[in-house]
Design a protein around this ligand. Structure first.
Ligand code: HAM
Length: 414
């Protein structure tokens, strides 16, 4: 019987595994420089938590969650995103006391039952960061700049940052009303829009069929209250000051209901139709909504797979320097244990201070010719040979696999 990875999932190996590690490492470095601390949350939570935070009438909760019952008939869901789990952990552990800076990051697998295509998977990885307890527009700007920095660390500089404000509890209801009024008079709305009109009018702006062809749509920016307007201008001002380019996109709404005020999406042409490689925004009510104190918050997540697609398209991986491969070989079987101990030593200490190496060998019971064949196959640059005559004089042979030149060197000099 043939087994395959489930549809929408993929095995990560080779260049992708290297790329993913590098992205995670660079993101961690950037987050730590900005004062963020890592939090790892479980991959599943009570299903009701996601419904409460992301919104019952969202695609994620209605159609895309992997929900299951455990043996005691409790309903859980594989996490479709990281923000909710982190907020739950923040409330549960009163993390504002242990980490008063309230800046957290996370990375890990997320799960959504979506129709798979390039850049859209059922299991994917997000790398995200959230700032709690700050309602300052500087936190919004920092989060957007952080997203740009993470992408830039993989040479992804051709990006478009779209920003919008969704207002607050005071002003958004007026916009909602205006949307409902506008769309109620549109004839022949698609089925999805008819549903959204009823349940989640903001998402009407997201419809690729209807809202794209309609003109004079109401814009949230025209409905912002005084405070939200000031706040949004300040976010823009700070972004400009930090030379972060962006486009104000009045049609940008997000697929999660928890957002208030600033929302943003980072898009890259390199990823095809799934062009959002990072996204986020402010969500000042979520923590209270799930049982915590009133705590404003703002954050973002990049989709690691989409970032890697974009990095590939700018040739980022071609410029990666991989460690030098070194093979330790034996010309005489009697030196196997000496060669083995030497390989262990250089793996740990490096060669002449160079630790950027990968060490292979020695292989017991194989002729030198066969060992060299293998070394060639795995593209090593140097082979260090333990041979009788040289070894008895405290030396080894070093064979350069590119020019095939061979030199002798004293073992204690390596
Ligand atoms: P989101 O827009 O749903 O936001 O996802 C963030 C990013 O995850 C997307 O921009 C995309 O790159 C990636 N992504 C989403 N779905 C998939 C998928 N099916 N396959 C591959 N990549 C995907 C959130 O999840 C929010 N929690 C972001 C946030 C953090 N807001 C505030 N803080």
């Amino acid at each position: 019987m043939n087994y395959k990875a489930p549809r929408g999932t993929h095995d990560i190996f080779g260049e992708t595994a290297l790329g993913l590690n590098l992205l995670e490492q660079k993101a961690k470095e950037i987050f730590i420089r900005h004062g963020f601390e890592e939090v790892r949350t479980p991959m599943f939570e009570e299903a009701a938590l996601f419904a409460r935070s992301i919104g019952q009438a969202t695609d994620i909760v209605e159609k895309e969650m992997y929900v299951f019952e455990d043996k005691k008939k409790r309903k859980f869901a594989l996490r479709p995103e990281g923000t909710t789990s982190l907020a739950r952990a923040f409330v549960e552990h009163r993390m504002d006391i242990s980490s008063p800076a309230c800046k957290f990051f996370y990375l890990g697998e997320m799960f959504r039952y979506e129709r798979p295509q390039a850049g859209r998977y059922r299991q994917f990885r997000q790398i995200g960061a959230e700032i709690y307890a700050s309602s300052s527009p500087a936190a919004d700007a920092e989060i957007i700049i952080l997203a740009r920095e993470v992408l830039s660390s993989l040479d992804i500089d051709k990006i478009n940052i779209h920003i919008n404000s969704l207002g607050c509890g005071k002003c958004r209801p007026f916009f909602r009303e205006a949307l409902v009024e506008y769309f109620s008079s549109v004839e022949d709305l698609c089925e999805e829009c008819l549903r959204r009109l009823e349940k989640n009018p903001l998402r009407l702006l997201d419809c690729k069929i209807d809202s794209c062809k309609l003109t004079d749509l109401p814009k949230m920016l025209d409905y912002l209250c005084h405070d939200c307007k000031d706040n949004f201008y300040m976010v823009q001002f700070l972004l400009k000051k930090a030379s972060c380019n962006f486009t104000v996109n009045g049609k940008l709404v997000r697929g999660l209901d928890y957002y208030t005020r600033t929302v943003f999406e980072v898009r890259s042409d390199a990823v095809g139709s799934q062009d959002a490689i990072a996204a986020g925004g402010r969500y000042d009510n979520l923590i209270k909504e799930i049982g915590g104190q009133n705590t404003p918050a703002v954050g973002f997540a990049v989709g690691a797979e989409r970032v890697l697609l974009a990095a590939q398209s700018v040739g980022f991986f071609k410029n990666l320097k991989s460690p030098e491969k070194i093979f330790v070989a034996i010309a005489d079987q009697e030196f196997f244990s000496e060669a083995f101990a030497f390989a262990v030593k250089i793996t740990r200490d490096g060669i002449n201070g160079n630790k950027d190496i990968s060490v292979f060998g020695p292989i017991n019971g194989k002729s030198l010719t066969n060992q060299l064949k293998f070394a060639n196959k795995i593209h090593v640059s140097k082979v260090i040979v333990f041979a009788k005559t040289e070894f008895e004089n405290g030396k080894v042979l070093i064979k350069n696999m590119k020019d095939k030149k061979q030199t002798e060197i004293e073992l204690n000099k390596l």
